[in-house]
Design a protein around this ligand. Sequence first.
Ligand SMILES: O=C[C@H](O)[C@H](O)[C@H](O)COP(=O)(O)O
Length: 239
Amino acid sequence: MNMDQLKRQAAARALEEVRDGMQLGLGTGSTAKHFVELLGERVAAGLKVVGVPTSEATRADAERCGVPLTTLDEIDHLDITVDGADEIDPELNLIKGGGGALLREKIVAAASDRMIVIADDTKWVPTLGKFPLPVEVIPFGLGATRRAIEKAFAECGVSGQMAVRKDKGGHVFVTDGGHWIVDAQLGRIVDPPGLAKALSAIPGVVEHGLFIGLASSAVLAGGEGIRVIERRKPKGDQE
Ligand SMILES: O=C[C@H](O)[C@H](O)[C@H](O)COP(=O)(O)O
């Protein structure tokens, strides 16, 4: 089975949790796209749900697949968000934002009763950090923001190269929110909750790709089948 088939399997397993009448957060990326497509098939067969997309790309996919959409202004909570991840650790802390959608993804995940992370099992890591950590920043004053980020890294016992993300054409990548992304090659993040807190406190940092205490479960598809890992601590508990 190839990687794409594994991603689709994980998406199909998460879909089993969806019930009629649910309000869903729709993640972004190649794995979440499978979920939106499979959800669209269920909607066509009569399932009644509404979704809040976490990016313009997912909005377009959902519209194409016939999934009815709403916003967090029109509804007051989401039952489940299903989203992919770039790395998942045994505490179900995540690195997200490889596709640049981390800000909306985090807003949507935080508004959800449950967040189910779907992935092929190569995303499962003992320690976060091999995948470059995306930090979404305001372009104004970027030099000062970068220095503050470096200081936060040092205080949290990590260091590494930082680079402003570029698109395929070599232009600065601009997020759906109109911001830029700095990717930091940290290697090994020893204290993800501590680093998340330090980055969130920096003016100029809009959001970062550390998702701490947000995932309720992870569905990992691998050569030997599907593993579902439940979070031990309640949602929002960062200790
Ligand atoms: O910004 C993008 C998201 O955080 C994605 O969920 C993450 O990058 C994983 O994407 P994929 O399923 O394509 O590996």
